[in-house]
Design a protein around this ligand. Structure first.
Ligand code: TRP
Length: 345
């Protein structure tokens, strides 16, 4: 075998993941997903990061300007956290811009069924409070599978298709695996490599109210572009142990948002253990701990603010145009293989 042949057999290691473009990103996105994305880039995967504007339309068809603005904001947030679209293995992809993706999606719809959607726990949770969901909403798990498989390597040992996400996405990824296997089986092909989910240690982050998952619409989020004074205000107002009235009362660490944040953001684990010990003994106050948390968050925010400031002066959508056309080249190939397997002309 010549050298060239060996090269040809190099495994394909891709990442596809994404976010809905319905607003700005916050610390929950950062610890839940973006940190994993940064790892994937450093590990050398060819990474496709999807700006899911079509999925945003499934629930916000009446707010196109908001979605357009959010595409821009999310790109800035991504660059701020350190995703660098000038690297050869980083592609920012606009979901609506890859036309082959819509075709892949339509064909996958034919092998999906209603019962599966009805049983999907994420869909069930999201549908609570929705009066009359759009058809686009009901089928979005299949559309999301099309997102993933538009860059699918073939089902060959060594190839990888990794999807780093927050915990709430896991049912969708399991379903995507089902669809890939079903397609391969039905059409006797190896077009799709069932994707592999990767969830971080902190799959979801509680909000500053201690009640719920962090979410901008619930008003309990620290956003990635919050200015320093807003971060201070939000941390100072954070919910801690409700039963602790004075700093000398013994406090509860478990489930206390303050300590959840320390665990998520402090790099010195020994320092955090010491705070927990003192807190349980009633020897350290909420206020001094909050001040320390602000310092830790700010250390993280400073380089983010610097990168954002630089990027704001440039046309960031240019990166999106390039990434989208790079993804389209691959998606066209996948679609062609898919159609061939389906005996389409
Ligand atoms: N559903 C994801 C979210 O709510 C966004 C998304 C769209 C996605 N397509 C994807 C995530 C493909 C992972 C893979 O943010």
């Amino acid at each position: 075998m010549g050298r060239k042949d060996v090269r040809k057999m190099d495994p394909v290691r891709r990442v596809l993941t994404g976010m809905r473009t319905t607003g700005q990103l916050h610390l929950g996105h950062y610890v839940g997903a973006l940190k994993l994305w940064l790892d994937a880039v450093n590990e050398g995967y060819d990474c496709f990061f999807l700006l899911a504007d079509v999925q945003a339309l499934t629930t916000h068809a009446d707010r196109p300007e908001m979605i357009r603005q959010s595409v821009h904001d999310v790109v800035l947030d991504w660059i701020a956290v350190g995703l660098d679209p000038t690297l050869p293995n980083v592609h920012f992809v606009l979901q609506s811009g890859v036309s082959a993706r819509f075709e892949i999606s339509q064909y996958l719809l034919m092998i999906a069924n209603l019962g599966e959607i009805r049983r999907n726990p994420t869909i069930k949770a999201e549908m609570k409070g929705m009066k009359n969901p759009s058809m686009g909403f009901l089928t979005y798990p299949i559309d999301q599978a099309a997102d993933i498989y538009m860059v699918s390597p073939e089902l060959v040992p060594g190839n990888e298709l990794l999807v780093p996400v927050g915990e709430d996405q896991v049912p969708h990824l399991e379903y995507s695996r089902v669809l890939a296997r079903r397609f391969n089986k039905a059409y006797k092909t190896k077009v799709f490599l069932p994707c592999r989910a990767k969830v971080g240690e902190i799959g979801r982050l509680v909000g500053v109210d201690g009640q719920d998952k962090m979410s901008k619409s619930k008003g309990n989020a620290i956003c990635l572009n919050d200015p320093p004074e807003v971060v201070i205000k939000k941390v100072m107002g954070m919910f801690t142990d409700p039963n602790r009235l004075k700093a000398t009362d013994p406090g509860t660490v478990e489930g206390n948002p303050l300590f959840i944040y320390f665990d998520a953001f402090a790099s010195d684990k020994g320092e955090v253990e010491e705070y927990k010990r003192l807190y349980r003994l009633g020897q350290i106050g909420d206020v001094s701990l909050k001040r320390r948390l602000i310092e830790i968050l700010n250390e993280m925010f400073v380089p983010m603010r610097e990168r954002r400031e630089v990027a704001e002066k440039t046309d960031v959508i240019e990166h999106v145009r390039r990434g989208t056309s790079e993804a389209s080249v691959i998606a066209d190939e996948v679609l062609a293989r898919m159609k061939e397997a389906m005996f389409l002309f």
